[in-house]
Design a binder for this molecule. Sequence first.
Ligand code: BG6
Length: 279
Amino acid sequence: QLAEGPNGLQKVLLKNSSGGSAEVFLHGASVTSWKSDKGEELFFLTKKAIYAPPKPIRGGIPLCFPQFGPFGNIQNHGFARNSVFELSSGSEDSVTLSLTPTTDLHRTFPHDFQLLVTVKLESNSLTQTLEVENRSSEPMPLGVAFHTYFAVSDVDSVHVDLGSPGLTFLDGTQGKAQKKLDGSTVKLQEEWDAIFTGTGDTLKLVDEKAGRTITIKKDKNLPDAVVWNPWEEKANGFADMAEGEWRTFVCLEPALAASGPTQVQPGQTWTCTQVLSVS
Ligand code: BG6
């Protein structure tokens, strides 16, 4: 079902037969809300979100495509989150949105492609799939991330389980220094901006205070995982984040980042999937 969001931006409302729901804006294919079967909101969306393309919406799942991070000529995290997608197909509990390079936003990326984003809602679960077809005659470099902002009761009372001990990571708070994690969990007691490589296929975000665990299953095309919370000082520098909101989210992002980019060959389609579930 199509509905109007702020500033007349179109969004798709999904629901399942067990009481869950989700909202997906055509702008950025951003999933801004996911509610469990019992109606609990699982995503953070800032009260100061800007609904004005090409500004991305801060919260939910902004997509990083065709790269994660700031390098080369392309803007930070790529242009998908800045672009308005087209509705390709949909049903009550799933939708597919499509992006082709049609606007000025894409001129920094000299490749013809089609990006399909499918969001499917099931009982206490949300699946998101990207299908990237290279329609040009040259190999297409590609990096991606599902930059998911999970709502937490308090950043102090959660931990992230990366599923495998002693992983190495690039520490973005210290000039991307390479480090090694003791054990397999991250407690967020200070700013985190880390790209973990070689993680297992399952990540967990455990919110002890809320008694809730989010499980993320990611496929082999997403070998990395980013853990991010800007902490107070940096959060205060974001125009689109209200005071104190930084305590109420953790970004846990399946990605092809430090392990990438991959090269999608002409005529080929590259896919990746994350499956979120709540218990
Ligand atoms: C994270 C990056 O994934 O995204 C951070 O690791 C970055 O370095 C953050 O600050 C937010 O980026 P943006 O462009 O949405 O403000």
